[in-house]
Design a protein around this ligand. Structure first.
Ligand code: HEC
Length: 460
């Protein structure tokens, strides 16, 4: 080899040393910290929702084998929509190259490398000043005896006139504890009922799992302002659109506290960005989708709790459970006649007609702990079939709302199908850490109950 080629090779090795280890494998200070910074440290940071920081070299090196398996198996970063879903805004997905880099880094023994950490690719957007802030009236310390505490709070802000919300941010008081937030819009009557529930057990707010339990007329997910999960800031409705809050509305904020971190007083805030009333934004509407829930005990399990009547008596949404059958043209017998298998794949679906032309902007999904798969399909079984949302492995911890990268046209006469699958065979833990007893499951708001609920956000 000619001398200059040796020099070139040496130079390349030196450069390689900056980006990779001597043997060419990636290093933390090289490619790895950049990938973790762009995809993981929104949650994996000191005081964040995730159990260990990844912006800390020592932790990252120690966790390298776990990081490799979590990204190779697609558990991290958490992003429930599967490949069959349309592309969404803010997708948390690693490129195959990034997965490969993290896996080969771990395999090489997680070398630290030289120099400074590489800068993360994505910077944080600058904070805007909100037009309005709504907060819990008092700090709430979640119940340390529970694994998960689901609590509703009537926020302190009233909307004296019709208001268009353009976007919102949720600012958790304790980011280690706040695992999800659902913002329900309630009318004056439901707000009254909420006030009556508030503080009844001697602590701020009231317990709520599936919904705020202040009446099925208002305070439903179909009318919700939206969702928040860790790792995000909030939502901005697409340009030129907004969520309309009628005069006299209030917001009930449901908070899921996960108590793997110590219980501390939390006062989570909601920041709202309002549309200029003269700008006439298009109101974002919600088409609500629901399917019956008739989930039987697995074979070999029987007893009073496996009777449908037992579950129905305990659900505060008994009438909703029956109403959905009426809406979907189904009967309980349709479900009871189906082969049960081992009880781990009990499916339900329901079709809804699209009543006017419009543009779909996004989708939302809601099931409880026994849900395993969720799908919304436009025109199922026709050549025009299009999946609007596919969640192949449902995880209650990461439920939410998704906004399409490209809006999707809806035509009058189209049909939309919501489909859910439940597993009633697997033993799962309830909020108190004790296994949920096997029982018949119907539609309801409790941890034992289920929902098969979805929505399409659209504009005319
Ligand atoms: C949206 C928040 C969020 C993001 C983004 C995120 N994590 Fe996590 N991560 C969590 C939470 C919460 C837990 C603990 C609970 C759990 O396991 O789901 C966790 C647990 C883990 C675990 C241990 C459990 C397991 O499944 O192996 C690993 C390893 C991990 N994360 C790696 C990563 C890596 C690597 C990234 C980026 C590529 C990442 N996480 C991005 C929230 C997040």
């Amino acid at each position: 080899m000619k001398p200059y080629r040796w020099m070139l090779a040496g130079l390349l090795l030196c450069l390689g040393g900056l980006l990779g280890a001597a043997d060419g494998s990636p290093t933390y200070r090289g490619a790895v910290s950049a990938i973790l910074g762009a995809n993981c440290t929104g949650c994996h940071t000191e005081g964040g929702i995730a159990p260990f920081p990844l912006d800390d070299a020592e932790w990252a090196v120690k966790m390298a084998p776990a990081i490799a398996s979590a990204v190779a198996e697609g558990r991290m970063p958490p992003w429930p929509p599967g490949e069959a879903s349309p592309r969404m805004h803010g997708e948390r997905r690693l490129s195959p190259q990034a997965v490969e880099t993290l896996v080969s880094w771990a395999k090489a023994g997680a070398p630290l490398g030289e120099g400074e950490n590489a800068a993360p690719a994505a910077g944080k957007p600058p904070a805007r000043t909100p037009d309005l802030t709504a907060a819990m009236t008092k700090a709430y310390t979640p119940d340390a005896r529970l694994y998960d505490d689901y609590r509703c709070f009537l926020l302190d802000t009233e909307f004296p006139r019709d208001t268009f919300v353009q976007g919102y941010r949720v600012r958790p008081g304790q980011s280690q504890l706040v695992h999800h937030v659902i913002l329900f819009v309630v009318g004056p009557e439901a707000a009254q009922r909420a006030r009556a529930q508030d503080g009844r057990d001697g602590r701020p707010g009231w317990p709520c799992f599936g919904g705020p339990g202040v009446g099925a007329d208002t305070g439903t997910l179909g009318n919700a302002l939206g969702f928040w999960v860790p790792g995000t800031q909030g939502t901005d409705y697409p340009a030129g659109t907004g969520k309309e809050l009628k005069a006299g509305s209030r917001v009930v904020m449901q908070v899921h506290y996960n108590l793997s971190a110590p219980a501390r007083p939390d006062q989570t805030r909601l920041e709202l960005f309002l549309a200029d009333p003269t700008s006439r934004p298009k109101p974002v509407r919600r088409m609500t989708l629901a399917a019956p829930v008739e989930v039987r005990c697995p074979p070999g399990v029987s007893g009073p709790a496996c009777e449908r009547g037992y579950a129905l008596e305990r659900s505060e949404l008994k009438r909703v459970a029956e109403g959905i059958h009426w809406l979907c043209g189904t009967s309980v017998e349709d479900y009871l006649r189906r082969p049960l298998g081992d009880g781990s794949r009990q499916a339900t679906h329901c079709d809804f007609p699209v009543r006017e032309d419009g543009t779909a902007l996004g989708v939302l999904a809601h099931m409880h702990l026994r849900g395993t798969a969720f799908r919304i399909t436009l025109n199922p079984g026709t050549p025009a079939e299009k999946i609007l949302l596919d969640i192949p492995r449902w995880d209650f911890q990461w439920q939410g709302e998704y906004w399409f990268e490209r809006p999707i046209a809806l035509k009058q006469g189209d049909r939309v199908r919501i489909s859910c699958v439940y597993d009633n065979a697997e033993a799962i833990l309830g909020p108190d850490g004790k296994p949920l007893e096997p029982r018949y499951i119907t539609w309801g708001e409790g941890t034992f109950d289920e929902m098969c609920l979805g929505g399409i956000s659209w504009v005319k």
